[in-house]
Design a protein around this ligand. Structure first.
Ligand SMILES: CSCCC(=O)C(=O)COP(=O)(O)O
Ligand SMILES: [Mg+2]
Length: 247
């Protein structure tokens, strides 16, 4: 059992509270199938036009994707949807793609076709930490909207009452120290009073550089941790193996 003393728990989603296979085999395919129709239905809205502009410009290395011969870049819903599918296949965690995914998944969650996966130990741990007076916040590459949909409609019910804050890549990329400093500043807490839970070693390194306490999750299906990772960081297989006290 690993023991920590903290003022807030900050947790990642994919690979930490939720299986990677749910994201790759349920959420991403849903977004691939439904993005085109969503874009067509909402094409004239300011929100969609804003996302389309951001999607077109977020990865300049792919700008030729939108150009046919010497013509002006083509930005039909179909072309944007193909680009979105290309980005999903590459699992690129870019903000505009993640914002669009959140909007597309909404219908799936609201119709009951999608239920957010969380591991069986997550709800009991959230209850324990909540009862101990330790706030829980989320930091994921998935948009804040997507986070609220997932935790609001999980296979174990609504977990949002246990969550007091949400951060996505609007605060910065998850592998950059500055992002964790931004979160600590926003929380008005010293970094060392925050415990970050994640499956990705580079995220753990960035959070630790910013001064946070860190635990790696070795969930089934996650990328295996090396011997060096296991020496450098505390790692657990699930939240039952964490004893967290309020500082
Ligand atoms: C509710 S987020 C859906 C999953 C997702 O799109 C994603 O990129 C998750 O990344 P994470 O930072 O949580 O590992
Ligand atoms: Mg993750």
């Amino acid at each position: 059992m690993s023991e920590f003393s903290v003022k807030l728990i900050l947790t990642d989603i994919e690979g930490t509270t939720t299986s990677i296979s749910f994201v790759k085999e349920v959420l991403f395919p849903y977004a691939k199938v439904h993005s085109k129709a969503y874009l067509e239905e909402t094409w004239d809205s300011d929100e969609t036009q804003h996302i389309v502009r951001d999607i077109k410009s977020c990865l300049p290395q792919y700008k030729e994707f939108f150009r046919v011969g010497n013509e002006e870049p083509n930005v039909s819903a179909g072309v944007i949807a193909s680009f979105v599918n290309f980005l999903i296949d590459k699992d690129l965690k870019v903000g505009p793609l993640k914002n669009l995914q959140g909007l597309v998944w909404e219908k799936g969650y609201m119709s009951g076709k999608i239920k957010g996966h969380i591991y069986a130990d997550v709800l009991p741990a959230f209850k324990r930490w909540h009862e101990a007076g330790i706030p829980i916040a989320i930091y994921s590459s998935g948009s804040v909207k997507a986070q609220k949909l997932l935790f609001g409609q999980t296979i174990y019910g609504d977990l949002l009452p246990y969550i007091s804050g949400h951060y996505d890549t609007a605060v910065g990329h998850k592998q950059q120290k500055q992002s964790y400093e931004n979160i600590a500043k926003d929380l008005n807490l010293p970094s060392e009073d925050v415990l970050f839970l994640t499956d990705v070693v580079k995220e753990a390194e960035a959070a630790r550089e910013a001064g946070m306490q860190v635990v790696l999750l070795a969930r089934p299906g996650n990328a295996p941790l090396t011997d060096d990772d296991k020496i450098a960081f505390t790692f657990v297989e699930n939240f039952d193996n964490l004893k967290i006290n309020l500082k």
